[in-house]
Each structure stands twice: as C-alpha cells, then as structure tokens.
Design a protein around this ligand. Structure first.
Ligand SMILES: NC(=O)C1=CN([C@@H]2O[C@H](COP(=O)(O)OP(=O)(O)OC[C@H]3O[C@@H](n4cnc5c(N)ncnc54)[C@H](OP(=O)(O)O)[C@@H]3O)[C@@H](O)[C@H]2O)[C@@H](O)CC1
Ligand SMILES: Nc1ncnc2c1ncn2[C@@H]1O[C@H](COP(=O)(O)OP(=O)(O)O)[C@@H](O)[C@H]1O
Ligand SMILES: [Mg+2]
Length: 277
C-alpha cells in the first residue's frame, strides 16, 4: 500500500497549453439532484467547473434549475426527465448519482447508453440503487466513489471487514464480472483508492470534513480532473488528494470546512500545483 502525497498533484496538474479551447478540457455530464437533493447537483457541478472542466452540463430535477444557475452560471442545465441520449453521446465524462434519490428509470437509461471510451463516475444514490436493484456496471472506464455504507450495500463486505484490502479487491472483481475492473475510491476518515494493481492510502484530511456535500464535491472534482488529465488513475488520485489537502489547509482557520469553500479554493490551489518547484 502506498501513501498519497502532494507529488501526485504536482505530476498531474500542469500549466495549460496556449493552443486550447474549452473543448480541450472535456465535456462533463452530471446526472444528479432529485427534488430534495438539489444541493448535491450544485456541489457536483461547482467542483467540476472550478477544477477546470471545459463544459459542464447538469441533468437534474427541473425544480433545481434556478438555484443552480444562480450559483453557477457557467453550467448548462437540463431536465433529467428529457431524452439525455445526445448529451450522453457527446460527453467525455459522466458523473451520475449524487442526490439522485430513487430515480431508477433515469439511472437505467444512462447506464444502457454509455460507451467503453467514456469515464463513468458512480456516486451516492446510484450506488445504493445498483445494490438494491441488482443493476450491473455500465460500459465505460468506471469509477465508484462509495462511503463505507454504500460500499457495504454494493459489495456485501461489512464495514467491519473493509479494513482488509483483499475483501474489497475480491468484491470489486465479482462486481466487474466481464467488465474492466473499476477504480474504487472507498471513502471514510481514512479513504483508500483501489487501482488495478495498486492500493493508495490517503493520510491528509480530518473530521472537519464530516459534513453533508463533502462527497458530492469530491465526485465533482474527480469528474473535473478526469475530463482534463491523463492517465485516468493518476487523475483520480490527484483529485482525491487535492480535496482533502485543501480541506486540511482551510481547517487551520476553520472549525468545519464547507464543501463549497473547498471548491472555491480549487483554482488557486491548482495554479500553485501547476507551478514548477
Ligand atoms: N445537500 C444535498 O443535496 C445532499 C445530498 N446528499 C445525497 O444524499 C444521498 C444519500 O446519501 P447519504 O450518504 O446521506 O445517505 P446513505 O446512503 O443512507 O448513508 C448514510 C448511512 O450510512 C452510514 N454510514 C456508515 N459509514 C459511513 C461513512 N463512512 N460515511 C457516511 N455514512 C456512513 C450512516 O451512519 P450514521 O450516520 O447513521 O452513523 C447512515 O446510516 C446521496 O445521493 C448523497 O449524494 C448528501 O450528500 C447530503 C447532502
Ligand atoms: N473524519 C473524517 N476524516 C477525513 N475525511 C472525512 C471524514 N469524514 C468524512 N470525510 C470525507 O468526506 C467525504 C464524505 O463523503 P460522503 O459521505 O459521500 O458525503 P456526501 O454524500 O454527504 O456528500 C469523503 O470524502 C470522506 O472521506
Ligand atoms: Mg455521498
């Protein structure tokens, strides 16, 4: 097991090339936010935009549209009940599930349309629905971002047994069946990232992060990093480290580190990481 350090972020986040336009930095589709959980979609989207994704579209419950646009005019917003096919087809990265509630029909529709060349990040309610309905993984380079209870539901590995890496690795293999092995970001007070051949431990971060929306922000960051940086596994590691490193920095003067404050700190933090040392 390896420990994540700032070096991963310095390796991944580079100065932007001069010859570039918004399409260079990826098209992200976020499918999130039921009527009760509009904030999850907003936090996903803010984190994706502030981490530099070129174009971000949010498919959400229509009741969330005004609030989302008022907070984040950079995002495009559509009703998640409409036909999402053209948006799915043109996305490089799809993030689905944060605050999605029990919108199983939408989840099924999206899962049936994704392609092997797309990154598909599965978070929150999507993981819970997959577990409850026995829905298998979609096509794509899949990244799962469960907290311990979501992982218990999906993998059948009890929280008490998740400390043993082999249990999680076996469950991942079973879940993948004939698909490629997904990347697993297993979130807790000691988050771990499972890659095909490596296991990484996060040692920054703390209880100042234990507030609703913290994972929604991480999922948006993973989407933003995946849209811009390669290889994918390194981009995921860099997003996971950055999320908690920013929180740790904010916690020097803040009792609780708000998810939206982490997102707001992203452009300055990434600029610092992109400077040569
Ligand atoms: N503003 C918004 O719109 C927000 C929208 N949100 C969206 O809501 C949806 C539901 O997500 P959820 O995580 O709140 O609920 P659920 O999946 O039932 O899990 C909670 C259960 O698991 C247990 N538990 C054990 N270990 C744990 C651990 N390490 N981390 C966390 N929990 C742990 C925990 O134990 P307990 O607290 O009882 O001790 C409890 O029994 C999801 O889509 C999410 O995106 C939220 O982001 C909030 C802000
Ligand atoms: N005590 C803690 N120490 C470090 N990180 C924490 C702690 N509590 C929560 N976190 C982090 O906060 C995030 C919580 O994610 P999640 O439970 O999905 O939040 P939400 O769904 O409310 O957005 C994860 O990244 C987790 O690692
Ligand atoms: Mg969550």
């Amino acid at each position: 097991m390896q420990t994540l350090s700032e070096q991963i972020v310095r390796n991944v986040v580079q100065p932007r090339p001069q010859v570039a336009h918004k399409g260079t930095f990826g098209r992200v589709l976020i499918v999130a936010g039921s009527q009760s959980f509009g904030g999850a979609a907003i936090m996903n989207a803010q984190a994706a935009v502030y981490s530099g994704a070129g174009l971000v579209t949010v498919a959400t419950d229509p009741s969330n549209k005004t609030a989302l646009l008022a907070r984040l005019p950079e995002a495009m917003v559509v009703d998640f009940n409409q036909d999402l096919t053209p948006l799915i087809d043109s996305a490089n990265v799809i993030l689905i599930g944060s605050g999605l509630g029990d919108e199983f029909f939408i989840l099924q529709k999206v899962f049936s349309r994704t392609r092997a060349d797309q990154v598909v990040i599965i978070d929150g309610s999507a993981l819970t629905m997959m577990a409850h309905k026995g829905l298998s993984l979609p096509a794509g380079q899949v990244i799962l971002t469960p907290h311990q209870m979501e992982w218990q539901r999906l993998s059948q590995v009890a929280i008490a047994d998740q400390g043993q890496a082999e249990n999680n690795q076996q469950a991942l293999q079973k879940l993948a069946s004939y698909h490629d092995l997904p990347i697993l970001v297993l979130k807790s007070d000691r988050t771990q990232v499972y890659l095909k051949n490596d296991l990484y431990q996060l040692t920054v971060g703390g209880p100042y992060q234990a507030t609703g929306g913290m994972g929604d922000t991480l999922a948006g960051m993973v989407a933003g990093f995946a849209a811009q940086f390669q290889p994918l596994d390194q981009a995921v590691l860099a997003a996971v480290y950055s999320h908690s490193a920013i929180a740790a920095d904010l916690a020097k003067t803040a009792y609780v580190t708000l998810p939206t404050a982490i997102a707001q700190s992203l452009p300055a933090y990434m600029q610092k990481m992109a400077q040569a040392d």
